[in-house]
Design a protein around this ligand. Structure first.
Ligand code: ATP
Length: 502
């Protein structure tokens, strides 16, 4: 599994999907850039989501709220101040941050202990000291270092997502705080997960702002604007995709946990008392959406939350089988009227809806669906990446992306670089590029070009050869089966359309 994950990361880099951010400066921790193919795949996932929400539902409309919001927003939402600590929520995130930080600090302490022993021995033995020998033979140091490595490797695998894991780990490894001997690891610091920034140039008049840690609040504060200007009737939804920022303490799983990431959220406003019906509706609807991508039913499961946040009366995650195990991909939360009421309280403005059928005013309840675009990317990418052994014993690497999401839908390849074949290939591209992202490639033998397109996830390779000059036909090769058909150039558009349309 570790190898699979390594392959995913290196394939993403080698084939222009994802690069570490600012790599020339050795990267920035837990921040990544989407490269030429990654940006297409990501855009296609976003569009696939957007269509299913906004285009397919008459009562869901879109929004693109700013990343910067009035600072009081985050007071109302509970992200600043202790009055309703957002870390104590149904997603157990407080536990998670505690757990991660604990384990990291703990590992560090153990490592320091080992280093101290090494230093002591060095001082004692002087020139005769052989560090390599010492760290492999001194029982105490060996023990410290092996525990240290064990903890780091578990952290890397993301096996410490809650406090239970940490306790189990500590028990299993029978380790106590190297400083105090205590096994009580519950005394933890508070963290502010929001990135702060300033609005205004001069130091004394500048206003403290935050980069939003979730997109949802932009929807809540716009609820009434959208309802009124769109003449929306409850139940209705507002959908949004956009960047969110969290100063995650431990972020080691590639694009699974980033400090700058993108969310795709939909807040659905319903009559109080009807929220459970909609909660179940959206749970099922969202799972169906995931299944429609064909990554395998067995890779998904629900995780219903037993412990709920102060604002929620029901919550579940859709978990996905990532290369490092089942983890949260999407959250579906029944958030009651907590957020709208809090914004009423902090703004002093009414955020109520007049229901013409009931002839009454109320603050709607909210059911939200929230999925990480980057996590979707990782789910799709990792599951699609396959090593196949072919009949002749050779192997190929193929990215079996759902065709609708593939960055490039077809590659047009002249068999040779002469005899007018490149020109014909170019005219095919001129025709297809209005409807699909297509690529041209004439470098290397055609077999190698096929392999390259396989690795990029391109569903079709279209090869122009000498017969094309005679009869206006080309071969079309299917990525997954590697089968080739001879078809007329005029049929190409329909064939591709048929395969890649939603
Ligand atoms: P987790 O427990 O994994 O940190 P969360 O419960 O805090 O996630 P939510 O606040 O519910 O996450 O956010 C909704 C979705 O946003 C998550 O299901 C996930 O897909 C995505 N997400 C949250 N934090 C990150 C992150 N740091 N990097 C990438 N995606 C994220």
């Amino acid at each position: 599994q570790e190898d699979i994950f390594k392959n995913v990361v290196s394939h993403a880099k080698e084939y222009g999907f994802i690069f570490p951010s600012s790599e020339v400066y050795d990267g920035l921790s837990a921040v990544y850039d989407y490269a030429q193919n990654g940006v297409e795949l990501k855009k296609n996932i976003r569009e696939y989501w957007w269509k299913s929400m906004v285009q397919m539902n008459e009562n869901i409309v879109g929004l693109d709220a700013a990343i910067l919001m009035h600072p009081t927003t985050w007071k109302a939402s509970g992200h600043v101040d202790a009055f309703n600590d957002p870390l104590i929520d149904n997603k157990d995130s407080k536990k998670r941050y505690r757990a991660d930080v604990l384990v990291e600090e703990f590992a560090e302490k153990i490592n320091q202990k080992a280093q101290k022993e090494i230093e002591k021995a060095r001082a004692r033995f002087g020139d005769a000291f052989n560090e390599e020998e010492f760290v492999t033979t001194n029982a105490r140091v060996v023990e410290y270092l092996s525990k240290y490595k064990e903890i780091l490797s578990r952290l890397a695998k993301g096996m410490t997502d809650d406090l239970q894991d940490v306790k189990a780990l500590i028990e299993e490894l029978e380790i106590a705080d190297p400083e105090t001997g205590s096994r009580n690891w519950t005394d933890v610091k508070q963290f502010n997960l929001m990135f702060g920034t300033k609005l205004g140039a001069s130091a004394d008049s500048a206003m403290d702002l935050y980069l939003r840690p979730e997109t949802a609040q932009g929807i809540f504060v716009n609820f009434l604007n959208v309802q009124k200007s769109g003449r929306m009737k409850v139940p209705f939804g507002i959908a949004q995709t956009g960047k969110a920022f969290r100063n995650e303490i431990v972020a080691r799983q590639f694009i699974f946990r980033m400090r700058e990431f993108e969310q795709m959220e939909m807040q659905f406003f319903v009559r109080p008392g009807e929220e459970m019906k909609w909660y179940h509706h959206w749970k099922e609807t969202r799972l169906k959406w995931h299944l429609s991508l064909g990554l395998g039913k067995e890779n998904y499961r629900f995780h219903d939350h037993e412990k709920l946040a102060h604002y929620a009366n029901a919550a579940a995650d859709i978990e996905f089988n990532f290369p490092f195990g089942f983890k949260e991909l999407e959250g579906i939360h029944s958030r009651t009227d907590f957020d709208l009421k809090a914004h009423e309280q902090f703004s002093g403005k009414k955020l109520q809806y007049f229901d013409p059928e009931l002839n009454e005013n109320y603050v709607p309840y909210v059911v939200e669906t929230s999925v990480g675009l980057d996590r979707m990317f990782l789910a799709v990418f990792a599951t699609s990446l396959k090593e196949e052994t072919l009949e002749d014993g050779s192997t190929r690497t193929v990215l079996k992306l759902p065709s609708v999401l593939a960055p490039t839908k077809a590659a047009i390849l002249p068999l040779v670089k002469k005899d007018g074949l490149p020109d014909i290939a170019r005219t095919i591209i001129e025709d297809l590029k209005w409807d699909f992202t297509v690529a041209y490639d004439e470098k290397d033998a055609v077999g190698r070009r096929y392999r390259r397109q396989d690795a990029l996830g391109t569903p079709f390779c279209i090869t122009v050869d000498h017969q094309t000059i005679e009869d206006q036909t080309v071969t079309i090769r299917h990525r997954d089966t590697m089968k080739q058909d001879r078809v007329k150039i005029s049929e190409l558009k329909d064939i591709i359309e048929n395969e890649v349309s939603t």
